[in-house]
Design a binder for this molecule. Structure first.
Ligand SMILES: Nc1ncnc2c1ncn2[C@@H]1O[C@H](COP(=O)(O)OP(=O)(O)O)[C@@H](O)[C@H]1O
Ligand SMILES: O=C(O)[C@@H](O)C(=O)COP(=O)(O)O
Length: 426
C-alpha cells in the first residue's frame, strides 16, 4: 500500500465525515480505529483516515498519539498528512488543535501550515478569520453550550494563537479567491515571517479547491471535511489518484436487527430524537442513574430486548443544556461525560450480543466509546446518509458483519435516524 494521502482525525465521527468526503471525491478510502495491526486486510487504498479519540484528552496525550499515527502514515508513503479537526473548531485554550499542529509541523519540517475548519456544505464558513455556523458567529451558535468544549470566541486567529507556541497568520478570502498560486505566495511570505499556523478563509467550494491545491505543496495541513474535499480534488486533478467510486459494494448482505443510540446533546440531535418518536420506540435514559451505577444500562437492555425483534429502537441519554449543566455541577464535566459514554457503550455491546447488526450512534465522544467497546479495528466506506455521515461497514473485529453510522452531533436532517436505518436496510 502506497498512500496518496494520510489523515489523522481527532474523533471517530469526524473521521467518518472526512472519509466520506474523500470517498465521494474519488479516493479509495479506509477508516482505521487507531493504528491498525499489520495483518488487518485494508486492501489497495489511496487514503487512510486514522481515527483517534484525542479531542478532549490532555494535550500531551493528544500530541503523542497524533505523532505515532503520523509516523505510521508516512511509513506507508503519505507525503501529505492532514489533521482532521471539528468544523466548529472544538477545543479549549489548552488545546488540542494548537499543540498537535505544532508537533506535526515540527516533525515534518513544515512552516506556515494551512488551517481551516470551513465545511460550507454543512454551513461552516470562515471569513476574516471568523468562523460562522450557518448565519451566526461560532460563539452565538449552539456550540456555546457544548458539554465538553463550549466555544465562546469566533476569531480563530485568536483561538489558535492561545493554543499554539508560534504566531498565527491569516489568508483572507479575497486572496483565497485569487487561486492556489496566490495562496502559495502568501504562505511563503508568512513562513519567512516565522508564522506557524495560518487560518484560511473559505466560504465556498472554489475556495476549498484552491486551498487544497496549495496545501498539497506542504507536508501538513489542519482542517475539517472541506479541506479534505480540496485535497482529494487536487490529487485527482494532478493525476496522482485515479477517481474511483468504491462505496456501493460495501452494503451487500448484512441482515440482523437494528438500533440507534444517542449521547449527543447537540441541538440537531435533540430535534432528531423528538422526530424519531413518531417512527420507533424511544427510551430516554436518566443520565443521573447512568452516572450512579450499572442498573440503568441493564434496565435499558431489558427494555430493548422486549422490542427489537419487532423493529428498531432508539436509546438516548441526550438532554437540554440546562439539564447537562445541572448534572455537570453535581459530578464534574469530564466525569459525567465519561460515565455516560461508558453506559452507552455497555448498552451497545449488549445490543450487538442480542443480534443488532445495524447500529446508528449519535455523538462524537459517544461513538468513540461505542466503537472502542465493540473492538472494531477499521471501517470500509459505504454511501452517504446525510452531509458528513456515511454508512460504515466493520472490517475485522469479533462481531462479523456490522453496519454502523457515526453521526456528529450537529449533522443530519430532522429525519436522520429513519433516513440512516432506511439506507442501511437496502
Ligand atoms: N444528559 C447528559 N448530561 C450530561 N452530559 C451528557 C448527557 N448525555 C450525554 N452527555 C455527554 O455529553 C457529551 C456529548 O458529546 P458527543 O458524544 O461528542 O456529542 P456531540 O457530537 O454532540 O459533540 C458526551 O461526553 C456524553 O457522555
Ligand atoms: O467536522 C465536523 O463538524 C465533524 O466531523 C465533527 O468532527 C463533529 O464532532 P462531533 O459533533 O463531536 O461528532
Amino acid at each position: 500500500m502506497t498512500l496518496a494521502l494520510g489523515t489523522i482525525a481527532d474523533d471517530y465521527t469526524g473521521a467518518s465525515d472526512l472519509a466520506n468526503t474523500l470517498a465521494k471525491n474519488g479516493l479509495r478510502t479506509v477508516q482505521t480505529v487507531g493504528i491498525p495491526a499489520d495483518d488487518l486486510p485494508l486492501g489497495e487504498v489511496d487514503a487512510v483516515v486514522v481515527s483517534l479519540k484525542i479531542r478532549s484528552v490532555p494535550a500531551a496525550e493528544a500530541v503523542e498519539k497524533a505523532r505515532a499515527a503520523d509516523r505510521w502514515l508516512r511509513a506507508r508513503g503519505a507525503g501529505h498528512v492532514m489533521y482532521k479537526i471539528c468544523s466548529t473548531f472544538d477545543s479549549t485554550d489548552e488545546g488540542n488543535i494548537g499543540p498537535v499542529l505544532d508537533a506535526l509541523s515540527a516533525d515534518a519540517g513544515a512552516a506556515a501550515v494551512l488551517v481551516t475548519p470551513a465545511f460550507p456544505e454543512t454551513g461552516r464558513t470562515v471569513y476574516q478569520g471568523h468562523l460562522f455556523v450557518g448565519a451566526v458567529p461560532l460563539n452565538e451558535s449552539p456550540l456555546k453550550d457544548h458539554p465538553l468544549n463550549p466555544m465562546h470566541d469566533a476569531n480563530l486567529v485568536r483561538v489558535l494563537g492561545r493554543q499554539s507556541v508560534s504566531r498565527v497568520g491569516l489568508v483572507p478570502q479575497a486572496l483565497v479567491a485569487r487561486g492556489a498560486d496566490a495562496i502559495r505566495a502568501r504562505l511563503a511570505e508568512l513562513a519567512a515571517d516565522g508564522i506557524g499556523g495560518v487560518i484560511a478563509d473559505a466560504v465556498n467550494e472554489a475556495d476549498l479547491v484552491a486551498l487544497g491545491a496549495a496545501a498539497l505543496d506542504s507536508r501538513v495541513s489542519v482542517g475539517a471535511s472541506g479541506l479534505g474535499l480540496g485535497l482529494a480534488r487536487g490529487l485527482v486533478a494532478t493525476g496522482r489518484v485515479l477517481r474511483v467510486d468504491a462505496t456501493a459494494s460495501v452494503m451487500a448482505g448484512v441482515g440482523g436487527l437494528s438500533a440507534c443510540l444517542a449521547g449527543s446533546c447537540s441541538k440537531a440531535t435533540l430535534e432528531q430524537i423528538a422526530r424519531a418518536e413518531d417512527a420507533m420506540p424511544v427510551l430516554r435514559l436518566s443520565a443521573e442513574a447512568l452516572v450512579s451505577g450499572p442498573a440503568e444500562a441493564e434496565d435499558a437492555l431489558e427494555w430493548a430486548a422486549a422490542r427489537i425483534e419487532s423493529g428498531p429502537v432508539l436509546i438516548a441519554s441526550s438532554a437540554s443544556p440546562a439539564e447537562v449543566a445541572r448534572l455537570q455541577a453535581l459530578h464534574g464535566r469530564e466525569a459525567a461525560g465519561h460515565a455516560i459514554e461508558q453506559g452507552l457503550a455497555t448498552i451497545a455491546e449488549g445490543l450487538v450480543k442480542r443480534g443488532v447488526r445495524r447500529l446508528v450512534v449519535a455523538g462524537g465522544e459517544t461513538s468513540g466509546a461505542v466503537v472502542d467497546r465493540l473492538g472494531i479495528p477499521a471501517f470500509a466506506l459505504g454511501p452517504e446518509i446525510a452531509a458528513g455521515v456515511p454508512v460504515l461497514r466493520a472490517i475485522g473485529g469479533a462481531h462479523g458483519d456490522l453496519l454502523m453510522a457515526l453521526k456528529s452531533g450537529n449533522f443530519g436532517g430532522v429525519d436522520f435516524f429513519t433516513d440512516a436505518l432506511g439506507l442501511m436496510s437496502k
